[in-house]
Design a protein. Structure first.
Length: 310
């Protein structure tokens, strides 16, 4: 077991203390809705954090890359601390999303903590390098699309294609920009309805795998990204149909239960397919769950505390 000095043990606990401070700052100083000026500059920590993670993941000089990734996770976590109130209030009191955001901030710092351990031990742990690359790729693609005119263009394309699909089977469907109308239903397609988030997750999972050849990567992307796009059109068309057949009060059931439930099942199936084609994805995910076995200062302290209790 590696021995750590008192100063190193104290420094390690900053990876618990700092995210707690970030969360308090986010809750107190970043209410919902955000002021216009703040909302405009918030993409800066988002992009800076993702760029640092990307550089740290793909450069080769280990000690430099560890520091870049620690900085990247820190800045990226700060961005998410500013989103807690928005995730709660913008979704009409969605406690689950806000809670997951808070837990996620600690998880991101835990990965940064293991980058610090790697730096101290002069070790290279592939799974934490992989997750940094996956986050950078998925986050940058998603953010670039969402924060540019590409978002509006994609929303209108998805609305048009979803409306065409429904009209093919039912008729009486009209599309106006991002709005789909069918009987009494008037559905507005937003960026989340484009399935970009689901697609970039798989792109992020696959592309940073350094030991997987291009052929398998391309095949893995083809069997995930294309089905996700077309299944999402079916989802949008199905929700519009159900609301049109019943009424607007049925929207929450159609969207939040049937639509999201179906999407989750489809994503799990596609993940299993990807793991079959590229088992390295599964290996990296599992290796992340074993990080606690590296026995850094935090883990050692917790184990000692548990032993004393027992």
């Amino acid at each position: 077991m590696v021995r750590y000095g008192n100063s190193e043990k104290a420094f390690a606990w900053l990876f618990i203390f700092i995210p707690t401070i970030f969360i308090i700052i986010g809750l107190v100083f970043f209410p919902y809705p955000l002021l216009g000026g703040i909302e405009v500059i918030l993409p800066l920590p988002l992009f800076i954090g993702l760029l640092l993670l990307g550089l740290g993941s793909f450069l080769k000089k280990e000690k430099v890359t560890n520091k870049l990734k620690i900085a990247g996770w820190t800045v990226f976590s700060f961005y998410w601390s500013t989103q807690i109130n928005s995730l709660y209030f913008a979704e009409q009191g969605d406690f689950i999303n806000a809670f997951l955001c808070i837990i996620g901030i600690y998880v991101l710092f835990y990965i940064a903590y293991h980058e610090w351990i790697s730096l101290k031990r002069n070790e290279k742990v592939e799974c934490i390098n992989w997750i940094a690359g996956a986050t950078a790729i998925a986050g940058l693609i998603y953010s670039i699309i969402e924060l540019t005119p590409l978002a509006i263009w994609l929303i209108e394309i998805v609305a048009g294609q979803s409306g065409w699909l429904l009209n093919f089977f039912t008729g009486n469907v009209s599309v106006d920009g991002r709005y789909i109308s069918y009987n009494l239903a008037h559905i507005r397609i937003i960026f989340a309805c484009t399935a970009v988030q689901s697609m970039v997750i798989f792109i992020g999972l696959i592309l940073p795998l350094k030991k997987v050849n291009k052929k398998r990567k391309i095949f893995g992307l083809l069997v995930t990204v294309i089905p996700i796009y077309f299944l999402n059109l079916v989802r949008n068309a199905g929700i519009t149909y159900l609301v049109g057949i019943y009424d607007n009060d049925f929207f929450n059931i159609a969207h939040n239960i049937i639509g999201k439930g179906g999407s989750l099942i489809a994503l799990v199936i596609l993940l299993l397919i990807v793991i079959k084609i590229i088992p390295e994805v599964f290996d990296e995910i599992i290796n992340l769950t074993y990080l606690y076995k590296r026995n850094g200062p935090i883990e050692i302290t917790i184990k000692k505390f548990v032993w004393r209790k027992n």
